[in-house]
Design a protein around this ligand. Sequence first.
Ligand SMILES: *[C@@H]1O[C@H](CO)[C@@H](O)[C@H](O)[C@H]1NC(C)=O
Ligand SMILES: *[C@@H]1O[C@H](CO)[C@@H](O)[C@H](O)[C@H]1NC(C)=O
Ligand SMILES: *[C@@H]1O[C@H](CO)[C@@H](O)[C@H](O)[C@H]1NC(C)=O
Ligand SMILES: *[C@@H]1O[C@H](CO)[C@@H](O)[C@H](O)[C@H]1NC(C)=O
Ligand SMILES: *[C@@H]1O[C@H](CO)[C@@H](O)[C@H](O)[C@H]1NC(C)=O
Ligand SMILES: *[C@@H]1O[C@H](CO)[C@@H](O)[C@H](O)[C@H]1NC(C)=O
Ligand SMILES: CC(=O)N[C@H]1CO[C@H](CO)[C@@H](O)[C@@H]1O
Length: 875
Amino acid sequence: MLLALLLSLSALPLALADVTTGIPDAAPPGFEEWESPIVLPAPAVTGQGDWAAAVAKARAFTAQLTLDEKINVTTGVDVLGRCVGNTGTIPRLGWKGFCLEDSPLGVRFADFASAFPAGINAAATWDLSLIQARGAAMGAEHKGKGVNVALGPMTNMGRVAAGGRNWEGFGADPFLSGAATAASITGYQSSGVIATVKHYIGNEQEHFRGGSESAQIYSSNIDDRTLHEVYSWPFAEAVKAGVGAVMCSYNKINQTQACQNSKLINGVLKEELGFQGFIMSDWAAMIDGVQPALAGLDMNMPGFVGYGIGDQNDPDPATATNSWWGAQIATMVANGSVPESRVDDMVTRILAAWYQLGQDADYPDVNFSQLTEETYLDGELVNEHVNVQADHYKVIREIGAASAILLKNTDGALPLSVKNIKRIAIMGSDAGPNPDGPNGCADRGCDQGTLAMGWGSGTANFPYLVDPLAAITAHIQSIDPTVVIEGILNDFNIASVQTSASLADTCLVFVNADSGEGYITVDGNAGDRTNITLWHGGEALIAAAAAVCANTIVVQHVVGPVLVESWIDNPNVTAVLHAGIPGQETGNALVDVLFSDGSQATNPSGRLPYTIAKERSDYPADVLYTSSMTTPQITYSEGLNIDYRWFDSQDITPRFEFGFGMSYTTFAYSGLSTRKVGNVRRAVQHQSTSAAHLTSASSVKASSSASKSASRTVSASASASTITASASISLSGSVSASGSISASGSASSNATSTASAPPAQSSAVNPVGGPAALYDTVLTVSFRVQNTGKLAGNEVSQLYLGFPAAAASPPKVLRGFARTLLGAGQGSEVTIELRQKDVSVWDVVSQEWAVAEGTFTVYVGSSSRAIHLQGTFEL
Ligand SMILES: *[C@@H]1O[C@H](CO)[C@@H](O)[C@H](O)[C@H]1NC(C)=O
Ligand SMILES: *[C@@H]1O[C@H](CO)[C@@H](O)[C@H](O)[C@H]1NC(C)=O
Ligand SMILES: *[C@@H]1O[C@H](CO)[C@@H](O)[C@H](O)[C@H]1NC(C)=O
Ligand SMILES: *[C@@H]1O[C@H](CO)[C@@H](O)[C@H](O)[C@H]1NC(C)=O
Ligand SMILES: *[C@@H]1O[C@H](CO)[C@@H](O)[C@H](O)[C@H]1NC(C)=O
Ligand SMILES: *[C@@H]1O[C@H](CO)[C@@H](O)[C@H](O)[C@H]1NC(C)=O
Ligand SMILES: CC(=O)N[C@H]1CO[C@H](CO)[C@@H](O)[C@@H]1O
């Protein structure tokens, strides 16, 4: 067997050598401080908290397996299989393997499944019960199709407004994103599917994002405090919520590729956050085999080395050679570069998630195929057309309406009432269907017809798409079939638009802006948007209509912020509805918000999950579109001050601030009070460990200057004190050793003893989600909200904290919110709980969360700038 493996190793495709260039680079000049420390060994799963039973079962199962069987659990196989990811199986024990399937808004490539509102719309509701219901419905659909692991939620931060995949996530604030992520996971996993939080981490733009086939892979350079307080915050909430799986991203962080970044996987995810599940690579994100194994990666997806490299569909991971893992794992164990205990831990973690979600009992087999909506493929029954939609259209429509953000409304232009309309013009291609059909462009890679999701792997097929023109027409005609309704779907026939608009009493103009994943380019936009203005002449369309129609209502279906300066103050633009990308029920949801006389009339309460600036340059950061570097450097120099925090700290007036959104009614706030609950625990002890964790970049540099010849090679069995690290690849003079980590000090030494080394001490690992006290409530903030208008409506109250000056935090940070339904004239007491974590900062010296000392300011309002109540407290 070994001989066979070695032979197959020697037959490795040449391409494999070509793609190894991405092993941790030294930082280029000027970026020396941005390097990742090495954290070894990989903490073994401990089975703490409510994971005890699942981990025990997983350990027992793993103990029975041969190495080849273990390898099968860890490595994807059959890339052209039924799901976008398929692990190997264990026929001897009847273990059927995992089906892993996109996306964060539905079951990708499936028929008879729903197309949900995108993550960004879920976030725009600011309603955790709706977000959880969405997660539960999506989880049920995945399970119904036999999917074990759903590849969502996505919780990257939207650091740059034009970021192509921002719409898959929950907006530009870590607290909102974290809460939405946790609620989504609770929903997904309540149905029994394993949720996957992604992409870990710093995957904030599409240009140069990486992947094994990429010539250039950017490095997101993120300082330790910003990592904890912004980018990993939602991941921490995900772990606390019990997420079963994490996906590492394509890009590098501090020069080291995410899937082999031991500081981030071993150090932060598994030790600091006590993660008990498994972490998989993004699809062909791996750029090495040994490094990710030692850095804590547990699963290689989809198994092959890279897109377009070698055999894309080798059926058996244990013998496959076109993989960083598969058969390579056996070689790595045999030659001592990876301890078998690490492989055991990979398998135990994967199976633990499977047991934790109850998938060992009665879980449906895969009954669809990503490859076809036909019933048979090559004579084999692959699609049973199982209808998993149930009544999910209801929550889709409800979220569609609840996520609509009213940006402007002059003199009650909205809501509309059919009895007041004699003639309506509905203009713009965004009002109507895609002439090629709702799924006419692969992975939604075009912008034709109404926009209800972005493009790329974060999509699903529409089972149907209720376009706005059809829904509005049906609604009007159900009340008064004599209303004149003219729909003009050609964005560029300005003459028709003006003829129609000048005759109408009500003009609806539909515009949009699209983006997606970088493997598809639409109208010159390679994933990331090239601009943050409207597509196909939206501004000109609005101008044309508004020039002749004094009641022009703009509806925008957009993936993120869009500049509105050229038309927002036009007095003939009487109302603006920012509807995001609402999924299959988009037209119906819009009718609910636009009209007061619909069966499900809804008062808008959506709030912006990001800032709409007056100028693109007002944002703190932007997409890096061009670079000649092998590792383009993207330094997060704005630190904690992303989105509204930047506008606040720089005193820049946005057009519409984070958290903004209007209502058809009005609300008043009063009676702010705070109450301490229990005692703050000043020192939330981060449990110490024998692992070489949390070595700061500066100490890495210090040791490098002491020993010019030191390489960054460290031993898996080394203790913290024996780590030697060189910050500079050029000093070591050996490309193969630089920046890499190995299980033993040198290739020839002590392979056997290293391979049998015991797993990391369990005492090294924190409770799930981090020290438990972080999640204890320390303060409640109460206030009264009163509906002072004539219409029922939801008010989204927002709580921002101003930290004590010594904390050097942004002027204010979101730390709580509540969506409250209030009838006309009705009032209610709202109470928001603050956890210890919410009043803490990440102390980079002690490497723990520390409650800020001094006076906090609490701001309560209806947006990040409309603050109605203010008070102070100390802890
Ligand atoms: C990246 O480098 C910064 C600056 O030295 C450091 O604060 C941070 O901890 C590093 N993060 C990782 C994941 O290596
Ligand atoms: C590994 O998985 C493949 C694909 O399902 C299967 O054919 C093979 O028998 C498995 N190998 C072992 C050792 O179980
Ligand atoms: C061990 O095997 C792996 C996988 O083939 C290979 O990448 C690595 O270089 C080998 N290490 C040694 C020390 O031979
Ligand atoms: C912005 O990009 C869209 C989509 O590519 C394009 O239609 C539009 O013309 C661009 N706007 C400007 C001002 O260049
Ligand atoms: C507003 O619309 C009216 C037509 O109803 C038109 O006469 C007027 O010029 C428009 N105003 C602007 C600022 O375009
Ligand atoms: C391997 O390490 C063990 C424990 O340190 C030691 O006793 C043994 O001699 C070493 N073997 C080799 C071949 O270096
Ligand atoms: C092959 C298989 O397991 N098919 C299943 C697909 O899902 C439906 C509903 O969950 C089951 O009834 C089928 O048995």
